[in-house]
Design a protein around this ligand. Structure first.
Ligand SMILES: Cc1cc2nc3c(=O)[nH]c(=O)nc-3n(C[C@H](O)[C@H](O)[C@H](O)COP(=O)(O)OP(=O)(O)OC[C@H]3O[C@@H](n4cnc5c(N)ncnc54)[C@H](O)[C@@H]3O)c2cc1C
Length: 476
């Protein structure tokens, strides 16, 4: 758990208290007391990042009910040069949705709901505060599937998943959040409502402006609504866990599986990760728990009428067993067994490790095995007793690393980050596969982006938010 009180650290607490009263009054005068919560009354959940202790109390909390409310809030903040933090479900893992000291927080939780669903076009129009799960359920009820799924589905909001360009467990089949967004509406830093609610798959009329807001973590505008693509409804999934000798063989398995049309997820757990979660996830029956090797979780589902995902998965696994690619395989025969397999892969058990530091990096799939070896060697050279566990969405080149040291302080966190990111940089990967940059990875952006890229990001930021009121201290 980490807490940061930037306001206290910079000795600005008195200023903050004064500003707080002034900004509360200005916001209440503009928007009314129903939409604005005074600083002292803000529930700590609005300033607590995921899995952390409460952080810095915002100057005020605004919870808009309409686009006009968002627009007026931003126009006022712009006039007052008042920094503002957009906030979704606060499940982001880069600390991007919380105040750092001296900001107003704008929570989208009240601007929620499905506006319409167009079955012919296979699109759904939603408000930014809608939880992902609600969109998934609406898609399902109308005979469709929504293309993105992730563990925080019940809490994270569509606006947050767009702002972080979330990936999740179906990316090999449907792509990441960016691929689901056809149209988008955002409110700019000066309060302008930019409605770009395109509903067509094809639209090449000039610049595709929505892309500016997807993955920019609330630094260029506040996402208010979106038109999302829907996919043909997937039947019940078939899930299996396989035991594989080494990473090269994981790649051979992936090569076979990717040809199977029904594959939705291909997730690998390195041997030490799998051993750890098997022995620290009570109540879960883990296949081949004592064995040494990579555990690979594969999920297949079909949208073909009369198709049988289980049969396709079983047939491919049978071939792979015969070819000696997999040493063992367990096909889930109940929903409970499938859930247990996913529970192992989600790896919540590692959250109990002391002083856990998480990484989320990406490299081409074929290079992840070498990356893990080099990364672990670099960490062990400095900290021989370090716990270092690798797992992730291997099909899309994304590995997560859980690192734990017996003692940890801010300087050591920085050294850990630099050690891991140096290997990522040497291998030309990305320091953020799907969680974004936020605050946590901001000092390391240059490990993964060139000077020219960062320069253009700054030009865009200055053009759209010259006074830097939108989510300052995040990303750039
Ligand atoms: C258990 C768990 C599993 C997860 N699994 C995955 C996974 O598989 N793949 C993956 O990619 N991520 C995963 N995540 C992290 C993921 O980034 C978030 O769950 C989600 O994308 C963030 O949505 P949120 O609404 O909680 O946003 P928040 O955490 O509130 O905010 C995230 C960022 O978006 C900005 N933001 C939020 N709403 C808006 C808006 N309307 N307009 C502009 N900016 C906005 C915030 O300022 C912040 O910078 C997981 C998280 C958890 C806790």
């Amino acid at each position: 758990m980490q807490t940061h009180d930037y306001a206290a650290a910079s000795g600005k607490q008195d200023d903050v208290a004064m500003n707080s009263i002034a900004i509360e009054s200005a916001l209440i005068a503009e928007l009314g007391a129903d939409l604005v919560t005074r600083s002292a009354d803000i529930d700590p959940r609005y300033f607590t990042a995921y899995n952390e202790a409460p952080g810095v109390r915002p100057l005020a909390l605004v919870r808009p009910r309409s686009i006009d409310d968002v627009s007026r809030t931003l126009a006022l903040c712009r006039r007052l040069r008042q920094p503002i933090v957009p906030q979704g479900g606060l499940t982001g893992l880069a600390r991007g949705g919380v105040a750092l000291g001296g900001e107003v927080v704008l929570s989208m939780e009240r601007f929620a709901g499905i506006e319409s669903l167009d079955a012919a076009a296979a699109t759904v129009t939603v408000r930014a505060g809608t939880p992902l799960q609600i969109v998934q359920e609406a898609a399902d009820a109308a005979g469709f599937t929504f293309g993105v799924d992730l563990g925080a589905r019940g809490t994270c909001q569509i606006g947050g998943t767009i702002a972080t360009n979330a990936g999740g467990t179906r990316a090999i089949r449907y792509g990441v959040m960016r691929e689901q967004v056809l149209g988008l509406e955002a409110v700019l830093a000066d309060g302008t409502v930019l409605s770009s609610m395109n509903r067509m798959l094809k639209n090449n009329a000039g610049y595709d402006l929505k892309q500016l807001f997807i993955g920019s973590e609330g630094t260029l505008g506040i996402v208010t609504r979106a038109v999302l693509r829907l996919r043909p409804k997937l039947g019940a999934p078939a899930t299996a866990m396989c035991l594989v000798a080494d990473y090269d063989t994981v790649l051979r398995l992936w090569d076979r599986m990717r040809a199977v049309e029904e594959v939705v997820s291909f997730e690998a757990m390195w041997p030490s990760f799998y051993r750890y979660v098997c022995s620290h996830t009570p109540g879960v029956a883990a296949p081949f728990a004592g064995a040494d090797g990579f555990a690979v979780l594969i999920e297949c589902a079909t949208s073909t009428p009369g198709g049988d995902a289980a049969q396709a998965l079983e047939a491919c696994l049978g071939d792979c067993l015969e070819a000696g690619i997999i040493d063992d395989a367990a096909l889930a025969t109940s929903e409970r067994q499938a859930r247990d397999m996913w529970m192992l892969r989600e790896g919540l058990a590692i959250d109990e490790l002391p002083h856990l530091v998480n990484f989320d990096v990406s490299l081409p799939t074929g290079e992840l095995g070498a990356f893990a070896e080099r990364c672990e060697a670099a960490l062990r050279a400095r900290w021989p007793d370090i716990v270092c566990l690798f797992f992730g969405h291997i099909g899309d080149g994304n590995v997560h690393i859980g690192v734990s040291l017996a003692e940890l302080d801010e300087a050591l966190v920085d050294e850990l980050d630099r050690t891991v990111y140096a290997v990522v940089q040497e291998m030309d990967g990305s320091i953020s596969a799907e969680h974004g940059i936020g605050v946590l990875k901001r000092p390391y952006l240059a490990c993964t982006r060139s000077d020219a890229e960062i320069g253009l990001m700054r030009v865009l930021k200055t053009a759209l938010d010259p006074q830097r009121i939108l989510n300052p201290g995040k990303v750039l």
